[in-house]
Write a protein that binds this ligand. Structure first.
Ligand SMILES: C[S@@+](CC[C@H](N)C(=O)[O-])C[C@H]1O[C@@H](n2cnc3c(N)ncnc32)[C@H](O)[C@@H]1O
Length: 147
């Protein structure tokens, strides 16, 4: 996993802080329990979260619309046999995901690439979600004060 480090000096002590790792842990800590559940990861990118999600999910679909990106994700996380890698546009009305088949939709740093209208339509089309689960949009994550 690519890491971005910060150097912090506290009382003559130098600390290396893994900023990306911190952010990742912070986001994952906000998720409801998803052990054994079906998870859909939208805008999965090169897989910073895919491997972490795969370790607990029953099944995971990692979706991104850039072919080279989803291939990179697969090269890193393809050993998780519960992960299906899908190259598709989240704004497409023809996404091949069965209605009611998903327990949790996870997405980090995707919505900012979509227009307000696209987000609205995406939420309307989230019928893939088992209705006992809720859609929960988090505000921007809390970054450490050194960010
Ligand atoms: C900033 S990256 C975040 C990647 C990953 N979620 C993370 O937190 O590391 C945004 C990703 O969303 C993908 N993306 C943007 N618009 C998309 C769309 N309409 N459909 C699918 N993927 C999209 C991009 O290709 C990119 O990989």
């Amino acid at each position: 996993m690519a890491a971005s480090y910060a150097l912090v000096w506290i009382d003559d002590t130098t600390l290396f802080i893994d900023l990306i790792g911190l952010m990742l842990l912070q986001v994952l800590s906000l998720l409801p329990p998803y052990e054994g559940k079906s998870v859909l990861e939208l805008g999965a990118g090169i897989g910073r979260f895919t491997g972490e999600l795969a370790q607990k999910a029953g099944e995971l679909i990692a979706l991104d619309f850039i072919d080279s990106v989803i291939k990179k994700n697969k090269s890193v996380n393809g050993h998780y046999k519960n992960v299906k890698f899908m190259c598709a546009d989240v704004t497409s009305p023809d996404l091949n995901i069965t209605d009611g088949s998903i327990d949790l939709i996870f997405s980090n740093w995707l919505l900012m690439y979509l227009s307000d209208k696209e987000v609205e339509l995406l939420v309307e089309r989230m019928v893939w979600l088992d209705q006992s689960w809720r859609i929960h949009f988090l505000p921007r994550i809390l970054l450490p004060p050194i960010w």
